[in-house]
Design a protein around this ligand. Structure first.
Ligand SMILES: Cc1cc2nc3c(=O)[nH]c(=O)nc-3n(C[C@H](O)[C@H](O)[C@H](O)COP(=O)(O)OP(=O)(O)OC[C@H]3O[C@@H](n4cnc5c(N)ncnc54)[C@H](O)[C@@H]3O)c2cc1C
Length: 452
């Protein structure tokens, strides 16, 4: 849709093919009996411009809602107890020495190791050497304990990935650059804070939660309003899938559709998941199709449960909890939706979204509803003092919905770009390539449109 918007602005006649009959892809909001539940994304990064600018263009600025300031912190589970992420610790960049030295989340040795990160030498090799996994980077810089107790659970909340395969260069380049430019994460984070940029973006402390915003009536407002705008501006939205691509008779492209039709086009942006894109281009460029098919995806399940406030002992005074694998639990994280944003639960009730599965626990997302509910309820009882039964439940399974930027992802993108240079008028967009967050995906659509 973002590509369609840019193309229309550039004077193209645009047809958007969407087989599901609903625009927005994974972004979907369910509103029922006073509960407002996101099926996937519940917020987006406001520090990047793309999504906020789209919200403004759509006249939705008045609907933007930030996470309540008093809950802009994340909790981490250790030994079954919940403790805040050390103040100033941002994903993997520590910011305040005393908060690291005093955190109960790490042993004394683990805390000292984080403090000593300042003195860990830079990685050797041109541009820091070969692609490094997130696990290797975090262990090398911060130590094994900080990786498994802090960095891995915080990163899992975003990527649901195997950190031993996740490419630092593709997924977390910012922290690689800190090492290269400033010599350490401590120095890099200090430089970032002193530049004043962070303060302006509201990033001063805790995990990344404080930087995120949502829309008052739910995330789906964004694609729904964008679809209306596209229709108003003459974009034809058709309820058919794109099946195959071939060269057009007089140049350009021919798109075969799921209803047996053929659409002639001067340019095509493929914004479906990588496996679909792979099938789509298979007949015109098998090596490109192979590269696209090589992008793996992970799945997860989200169990959204509502409770009466008095049935939850914990004050829910944070954005949520992340759970290290070392805790031996199956939930990866719990987001305190009704603490973060207003209007998510009826008066006197609370809503929590628990994440299960991910690349390291692929079978979890395939469990049936009863098993998922029971796994999550066991953990919520012991971690948050939940009593009684949920008043609301919704389970969403996302099999293979989250692209994984594995080691070598950037090399793969270079090879994909090289193939595309031989296919003028064809471009790719979406979460599979250069960022899974909503702002990055919007940018990918605009970039693809500019390439046609
Ligand atoms: C559970 C979950 C939670 C997330 N949470 C957040 C969050 O809090 N914040 C954030 O910023 N990001 C989050 N993300 C990531 C973000 O939501 C996604 O990366 C992004 O929305 C993906 O957009 P997309 O257009 O690339 O893909 P999709 O949303 O998957 O859309 C692909 C589209 O292609 C269509 N399609 C499929 N086959 C065909 C075909 N043959 N022809 C034509 N069309 C086809 C589909 O119907 C669909 O509409 C989350 C993702 C998931 C799965």
């Amino acid at each position: 849709m973002s590509a369609a918007e840019s193309l229309r602005d550039g004077g193209w006649l645009v047809t958007l093919l969407e087989p599901s009959g609903r625009c927005g892809g994974v972004i979907e909001t369910v509103s029922r009996d006073g509960w407002l539940v996101e099926r996937s994304a519940d917020s987006f990064l406001a520090a990047r411009p793309e999504a906020v600018e789209l919200v403004e263009r759509l006249g939705l600025s008045g609907h933007l809602v930030g996470i309540r300031p008093e809950v802009r912190r994340a909790l981490v589970c250790r030994g079954g107890r919940l403790h805040p992420v050390p103040a100033g610790f941002r994903l993997m960049a520590p910011g305040r020495t005393w908060s690291v030295l005093s955190t109960p989340l790490l042993s004394l040795r683990g805390r000292l190791r984080v403090v000593l990160e300042r003195f860990v030498p830079r990685r050797r090799g041109e541009n820091g050497g070969d692609d490094e996994s997130l696990r290797d980077f975090a262990v090398r810089r911060l130590g094994r304990e900080a990786f498994s107790r802090l960095v891995h659970p915080l990163v899992s909340g975003i990527w649901t990935a195997d950190p031993g395969r996740l490419s630092m260069a593709a997924a977390c380049e910012e922290f690689l650059v800190m090492e290269r430019r400033y010599g350490s994460l401590w120095a890099g984070e200090a430089a970032r804070l002193s530049s004043g940029k962070a303060a302006a973006n509201g990033l001063a402390s805790g995990a990344r939660y404080g930087q995120f915003v949502t829309l008052a009536e739910g995330m789906e407002t964004l694609p729904a309003r964008l679809a209306e705008r596209l229709i108003d501006r003459g974009v034809a939205i058709r309820r058919v899938g794109a099946e195959r691509l071939s060269r057009g008779d007089g140049g350009g492209w021919s798109v075969g559709t799921s209803d047996g039709g053929v659409i002639a086009a001067d340019g095509v942006v493929v914004a479906a998941p990588a496996a679909v894109a792979s099938r789509f281009v298979a007949a015109i460029d098998p090596p490109l199709a192979d590269e696209l098919a090589g992008i793996e995806y992970a799945g997860s399940a989200i169990v959204s449960l509502g409770f009466a406030r008095e049935d939850v002992a914990h004050p829910l005074d944070a954005a949520g909890v992340v759970v290290p694998r070392a805790e031996g639990r199956r939930i990866l994280a719990v987001s305190f939706s009704s603490s973060k944003f207003p209007g998510r639960a009826p008066e006197g009730m609370v809503l929590m979204r628990s994440f299960v599965g991910g690349a390291l626990d692929p079978s979890a997302a395939r469990l049936d509803d009863r098993e998922l509910e029971s796994i999550v309820m066991d953990d919520l009882r012991s971690l948050l003092g939940v009593r009684g039964s949920p008043r609301f439940m919704q389970i969403d399974r996302w099999a293979g919905a989250m692209p994984q930027y594995h080691l070598g992802h950037l090399d793969r993108l270079s090879r994909i770009d090289a193939r595309l240079r031989g296919l003028p008028g064809l471009a790719l967009a979406g979460a599979a390539y250069r960022g899974v967050g909503i702002p990055q995906v919007i940018l990918s659509g605009r970039t693809a449109a500019a390439l046609l």
